[in-house]
Design a binder for this molecule. Structure first.
Ligand SMILES: [Zn+2]
Length: 324
């Protein structure tokens, strides 16, 4: 570890925000009409195009990375399910194309490389723009457009490879991060906090789902609720618990489908609400872990809202990166 709490007020060699992505993510082609399309990543890339970011190719994730969350037979099953042409279906709404494994591996590799870079002091924080998303993928199950649990993999990488003791994961995608919860259910070194609309897909995420070590916080939000409701819920139920946990790194499952224009859900958050929430996360990171935040794209299906929210999110990360 080249950085730690003693450097919270120190000078960083690379006061910047890293952006990890890769063109291979476009190889994950879903059938026409499917909401999880390459156009999403194009919209995010366009929105971030003018920003001064450290732009890096997401490397391919390795079996070592994935095996911290998913067993070998599951990885083998995904490899075997990759079709030579067209699509294979691995879940009610999750399809694999010939390039889907390549794309999914960029997501795993991107988050792990982002953790490496931020923990080494090579960047203040990082955003990983990849697809498919990851937070619905359970230990043995691809679902909800997701194949591998990217953010849970990043958490395990930070713990087991880098030797961290406490990692917080904040998931503000409008859908419950059931996969992340499943992968981290027995992991006492991770505080997992998820806000999500309920009832809504995937149906999990009730307040009484607390993990094996009471280290999971689920905050269901009612359909039609507003950004003000979200801010109150975070201020009351999530942010104080992250403070008590004193994480050494904060990971973010950044889905932008709680925006009021998103077609897959019914929350009424604005771009300003995503800015506020990112600021709160960065405040906690500044106070507890030298500003170290690694955020990864999850959902967001209205292209204009996705672009605006991702730009707002990364703008906060960038401003904080330079301020360090
Ligand atoms: Zn979502």
């Amino acid at each position: 570890m080249s950085s730690g709490p003693d450097q919270q007020h120190g000078v960083y060699s690379a006061m910047t925000t890293a952006l990890f992505s890769h063109s291979d993510c476009d190889l994950h082609v879903e059938p026409p009409g499917h909401p999880e399309q390459s156009a999403r990543l194009a919209a995010v890339a366009h929105a971030l195009a003018g920003m001064d970011l450290l732009r890096l190719d997401a490397p391919l994730g390795t079996d070592t990375d994935i095996l911290r969350c998913h067993p070998a037979p599951y990885i083998a099953r995904i490899r075997k399910a990759i079709p030579a042409t067209g699509w294979s279906q691995v879940d009610g709404d999750t399809y694999l194309a010939p390039g889907s494994l390549q794309a999914a591996l960029r997501g795993v590799g991107g988050v792990c490389a982002a953790v490496d870079l931020v923990l080494s002091g090579g960047a203040s924080n990082a955003f990983v723009a990849s697809r498919p998303p990851g937070h619905h993928a359970e230990t043995n199950t691809a679902m909800g457009f997701c194949i591998f649990g990217n953010i849970a993999t990043a958490a395990k990488h930070a713990l087991d490879h880098h030797g961290l003791s406490r990692v917080a994961v904040v998931d503000f995608d409008v859908h419950h991060g059931n996969g992340t919860q499943d992968l981290l259910w027995n992991e006492p070194r991770v505080l997992f906090a998820s806000s999500h609309q309920m009832p809504l897909y995937p149906g999990t995420g009730a307040e009484n789902e607390v993990g094996a070590h009471r280290q999971i916080i689920n905050i269901p939000l009612r359909a039609g609720s507003t950004g003000a409701d979200m801010r109150a819920a975070y201020a009351t139920h999530i942010l104080p618990k992250i403070v008590s946990f004193a994480p050494e790194l904060i990971l973010v499952s950044a889905g932008f489908d709680a925006h009021r224009d998103d077609p897959l859900a019914n929350l009424n958050w604005s771009v300003a609400d995503f800015t506020w929430l990112t600021q709160q996360i960065c405040d906690l990171a500044d106070a507890h872990c030298a500003g170290r935040v690694v955020s990864a794209l999850e959902g967001g299906y209205d292209l204009d809202a996705l672009a605006a929210c991702a730009a707002a999110h990364v703008t906060v990360l960038k401003d904080r990166g330079y301020a360090r």
